[in-house]
Design a protein around this ligand. Structure first.
Ligand SMILES: [Zn+2]
Length: 98
């Protein structure tokens, strides 16, 4: 959600709550905050306008659900295990050495 909020931010409505709070942040607003130059900071024109945001925000929210991220991580681990098992079956001697 950080990137969506970030790119929907304006001077009137900054939405950088989820942006990294470090001086090396990719978020120029957060960088300005950490260097006490926020008063002079001006947002560029909105990259994602409110009409587009209205349609993509629900997609972002769905893709950010913990259950989905956990499921994807589980599938990634299972895929890596399967690949490792396949490699070991191709080279059984190497598996004994490792
Ligand atoms: Zn930001």
């Amino acid at each position: 959600m950080a990137t969506l909020d970030h790119y929907c931010s304006t001077d009137e409505l900054p939405r950088h709550d989820n942006c990294p709070e470090v001086a090396e942040s990719w978020c120029e607003w957060r960088k300005a905050e950490t260097t006490n130059t926020l008063a002079a900071f001006k947002h560029p024109p909105r990259l994602i306008d409110e009409h587009v945001e209205k349609h993509i925000r629900p997609v972002y929210e769905d893709l950010s659900k913990d259950e989905l991220i956990t499921s994807m991580a589980y599938l990634a681990v299972k895929s890596l295990q399967r690949l490792a098992d396949e490699e070991q079956s191709k080279f059984p001697v190497a598996a004994h050495i490792a």
